[in-house]
Design a protein around this ligand. Structure first.
Ligand SMILES: [Mn+2]
Length: 232
């Protein structure tokens, strides 16, 4: 499928405690432009995802908002919501795509990722990532009682917060990894979120697009058309 115009969002970090963000998200979905052929959610839609069996009314509300969308909607896992979510996806009428996904808009091949995989200088995070992305580890985690899963998630969050004090360079995307993704996929554009440095970054052989997160108060989608990239 070659698209003419797509919408992308990432890093919404929806949570039960943030009613305003939830409302804004729902109204954004309900008012997406008519000429969009597909919506891509590039990870961290939810601030936390602990398994389909821990879905609450809040998660169902988000699913119910997405389900009637008359265009295909795709979910690419982020670093907060990578655990399996088959049941939620079915309810939301959303198709889960792999953590590296290639699409075409007009004549351009575009690689979609969440973005955390680019931060290779953060060694401890990458070690953690390689462990928690193993299907067996996920299966074990999902077999734990819900209260233990909650506690583990709380501890992990605390850890990430203390990590913020590390030098920013540790979270900088690594050029060689960007080039590898572009070359392996024979692509011209790489789109990701996660690093909270929104912008369009042209290079000699490719263009890198970083989607914005949504704080404070700017709930807008970004768009890629045949001849134009619009991030908001
Ligand atoms: Mn992220």
């Amino acid at each position: 499928m070659i698209y003419r115009k797509i919408a992308l969002i990432s890093d919404v970090h929806l949570s039960e405690n943030d009613q305003m963000m939830t409302d804004d998200f729902c109204s954004l979905i309900n008012t997406l432009p008519k000429d969009i052929e597909a919506l891509f959610i590039l990870g961290d839609l939810f601030d936390q995802w602990l398994g389909d069996d821990m879905m609450s009314g809040f998660h169902l509300k988000i699913a119910k908002t997405l389900a009637p969308l008359s265009r295909p909607c795709f979910f690419l896992p982020g670093n907060r919501d990578f655990l399996p979510n088959d049941q939620w996806c079915a309810l939301a009428n959303v198709q889960r795509i792999p953590e590296t996904h290639l699409i075409q808009v007009g004549s351009k091949k575009i690689v979609l990722i969440h973005g955390d995989e680019l931060c290779l200088l953060d060694r401890s995070y990458q070690i953690y990532r390689s462990i928690v992305r193993k299907p067996l580890v996920q299966k074990l985690f999902l077999s734990l009682p819900q209260w233990i899963r909650k506690r583990i998630a709380q501890n992990l969050k605390r850890n990430t917060h203390s990590k913020r004090e590390k030098p920013a360079s540790q979270y900088a995307p690594v050029d060689t990894e960007i080039t590898r993704l572009i070359e392996n996929n024979n692509a011209q554009i790489l789109v990701h979120g996660h690093i909270h440095q929104p912008g369009i970054y042209p290079d000699q052989n490719y263009t890198r697009v970083v989607l914005p997160d949504w704080r404070p108060n700017s709930l807008k989608a970004s768009f890629i058309c045949e001849n134009k990239i619009m991030i908001t």
